[in-house]
Design a protein around this ligand. Structure first.
Ligand code: NDP
Length: 376
């Protein structure tokens, strides 16, 4: 077969013969059309992480590869990425994985061909398919797996952009929703502080806290981001790169801090923890301040035990898949808030599968307002 590498040719022919035999006879024209649609030169692109990150990611950590697609077997579907998400956990998780590997990541994809029940052609799926343009997926592989990393039919988002299935109505949205409401349990009139406030999760956390009637203070990395946070309804926003953080927080939160949604960790979190009120609650979502540390050289920060002890704080780390069994509840609530203009979900969109590493590094460097996502 022209265009197919030799090593795959035998498997391909055997799979194609089986497939054809099962479909030819009375339905020859439509069977031939189906085979042609996914075997006529369609190749999957994928971004491979070829070496572990050491410090801030570099272009040379990635390679763009291509591979041919084989025919589908029963129980499988073929999907094409429409939106691919870039997220900080891709930096944080990969040091424990074996390279070379296809980059991990969530995507929203359209089902092109299907021999799997529940995944009709033209429908959409969301899940951990990685940085791939096309994927053949065995549907049963995802049964019993935890959301958001299992690949499942996309929830109904009404007229909202499907990109929100990897954003405000997906993993980051549920991180904000459950992480804030379940662990911080903010009450009306309390002060909520959010670090990483202008990102995918943080921008939503502050808006949810406003819905709950709280005084909300956000930390972000530029004046433009701080202005944007105020436009979203944040009461105060502090540029952590230029402000004296402790002093600025004392002014922005004169009654002290009741809830802290921590996306960054490190020195900034130390400053916040030292201004917590008695029985304050800390939702430990992430620690991006340390993700890009060079290998073997972790940032050292002060002990948090003293403020925790003296103010009798409760700090709880979480991974959002903890609420896998309540996933739809979060998606439905976020969709409702978005549709009713109670929440805004800004996106920073990069065009083109080829630009995934650029979008990823841009997000880590703070170029994004709200959710960073790639349109394939
Ligand atoms: P963001 O959209 O917030 O993007 C990352 C942002 O981090 C950048 O825009 C940048 O904004 C900020 N940043 C980068 N370096 C630093 C630094 N050294 N100090 C402070 N801020 C920095 O990402 P997400 O909203 O997707 O994720 C936010 C956090 O939530 C991450 O820590 C992530 O790992 C965590 N997370 C945890 C989940 C869980 O289940 N526990 C699920 C999803 C996310 P700026 O310009 O303000 O510096």
């Amino acid at each position: 077969m022209p265009g197919l590498p030799k090593s795959n040719s035998a498997n391909f022919h055997s799979a194609m013969s089986t497939f054809l035999a099962s479909r030819l006879s009375r339905f020859l024209p439509s069977a031939a059309t189906r085979v042609a649609s996914y075997s006529s030169g369609l190749r999957a692109k994928k971004w491979v992480l070829v070496q572990h990150f050491d410090g801030f990611p570099k272009h040379t950590d990635f390679e763009l590869h291509e591979e041919p697609l084989r025919a589908l077997k029963d129980g499988e579907y073929l999907c094409e990425a429409e939106w691919v998400s870039v997220d900080p956990y891709q930096r944080a998780y990969t040091p424990n994985m074996q390279v070379p590997m296809t980059m991990i990541g969530l995507q929203c994809a359209r089902v092109l061909e299907s021999r799997a029940e529940g995944y009709p052609e033209g429908s959409y799926v969301v899940g951990g398919l990685g940085w791939r343009s096309h994927t053949i997926r065995e549907a049963s592989r995802d049964q019993g797996q935890l959301l958001p990393f299992a690949t499942a039919p996309m929830p109904d988002l009404g007229n909202l952009s499907r990109s929100h299935s990897v954003g405000a109505c997906g993993m980051p949205g549920n991180t904000a929703y459950f992480g804030l409401l379940e662990l911080c349990q903010p009450k009306e009139g309390e002060t909520v502080v959010v670090s990483g406030a202008a990102g995918a999760v943080g921008a939503l956390v502050g808006q949810i806290a406003k819905i709950k009637g709280c005084h909300v203070v956000g930390f972000a990395g530029s004046d433009a981001k701080c202005d944007w946070l105020l436009s979203l309804g944040y009461d105060r926003a502090i540029n952590y790169k230029t402000a004296k953080t402790s002093k600025a927080l004392r002014e922005a939160a004169p009654n002290g801090v009741d809830c802290y949604f921590d996306n960054v960790g490190g020195w900034l979190s130390d400053a916040v923890m030292c201004q917590m009120n008695l029985f304050g609650r800390v939702s430990l979502c992430g620690c991006i301040a340390g993700y890009n540390d060079p290998r073997g050289r972790r940032t050292l920060v002060p002990m948090l035990q003293m403020p925790m002890l003296m103010q009798q704080l409760r700090m709880e780390g979480f991974i959002v898949s903890r609420w896998s069994d309540r996933w739809q509840e979060g998606v439905t609530q976020m969709r409702d808030w978005l549709e009713n203009d109670k929440i805004k979900a800004e996106e920073t969109i990069t065009e083109g599968f080829e630009n995934l590493p650029e979008a990823f590094m841009g997000m880590l460097a703070g170029k994004n307002f709200g959710k960073a996502v790639v349109k394939v």
